[in-house]
Design a protein around this ligand. Sequence first.
Ligand code: SF4
Length: 453
Amino acid sequence: MMALTGLQIQKLLPKTNCRECGSNTCMAFAMKLAAKKAEIAECPYASEDAIQILGAASEPPVRGIALGPDRMLKLGEETVLYRHEKTFFHQTALAVNINDTDSSSMIEETLTTVHEYRMERVGETFRIDMAAVTQRGADVNGFVALAKRAWETTGLPLVVRSESPAALKAAAIAVKGSRSVLAAATPETLDELHNIAAANNHILAVTAPDLDSLYRSAAKLRETGFQDILLQFQTSSLAEQFQTNSAIRRAALKDAVKPLGYPFLRFLNQRADLLEIAAGAITEIDKYGGICVLPVFDPALLAALMTLRLNVYTDPQKPIQVEPKVYPIGEPRPDSPVFVTTNFSLTYFTVSGEIENSGTSGWLVVPECEGMSVLTAWAAGKFSGASIAKFVKDVGLEKQVTTREIVIPGYVAQISGELEENLPGWKVLVGPQDAADIESFIKMQKATIKTQK
Ligand code: SF4
């Protein structure tokens, strides 16, 4: 169903302007519904017809799927093709695969790694989201035991993969409660696996040799009311993967093709080399991937993928920011140098890292700049001499340190006079433009002081 306009929605409402929904008029409420900022349930007088029509119209074009026992891992609910149109909501989940034919030492090592892996970046900690367990051997009991072991070791939702419905059923029961993914139902096994997934509260991935069959399978499941669906496409090249992901997401968002409005599941080729795996995973992250299963654990690859994912899925209207305050870097004393930068996370972590790398302890003053970088904040009037001086006074820095020199970023040298005016008794030093030059700047300052002595 195409999205309804505010006017079309208003025609379906009671038009009594009773305000019980919190809006002043039915029209105002209709506009909120059109913008997906309200739900029809908030109007107690909406007719059954209106509820049915508007309920379907307000359903997100890409269904939200929650995984894990606590349903904390979320996929889907996307509303735009391009991040700058609004934002992306739920990032591509990354999983690492183990096969039941892998050696027991390799299985143990991979499971432990998946469980313990942590990566810190711009103040956030990232983990591997899921483990995938693939049946390649003939021993169903071994496969089921492995799925159970993966669930118990990692505590993460799984992707459980087998071509045998019987093996998937046994594994689904063994990991019941984990709200995992069963992969995958073909047109032939759809009915049987649908029942297994529904009975054990798991998600069902559907696959088919062509998109028409995949569409029919998803549509058939929808008709039963089962909505815990992932779409697994069969593609034979990176170009086809890119095109298929893009075309299907466009069909869901722009043409409201409901059976295609589900998150995707992608297993990357186990026989691919690391470069091909990286290209496949990057394509998933860039082009709407729901779950991307990596055939191997490679720390360098994961770090790169998680960084890329952070960039793609950060809300462009809400930059990642750190708390405005004075940060001690190393073990500063009252007479240690004082630096200032903005509270955009990337800027903060780059500058603090460079100060730390220089081996110098110091104080890093980070005023409120709404998460903007140095030049943007300056252009927006959020990083001026007056605002920095006010922040320095408000946080009581003058009582905390005896230093009376403050180093500002080289890009905003023009604020030095204003800052000195607003901070009587302080000397403003213009630091380097590039954070990478902080270390040499500090060395130069120390050398100058020695010479003066
Ligand atoms: S509660 Fe319903 S009838 Fe009343 S103003 Fe809101 S939309 Fe109109």
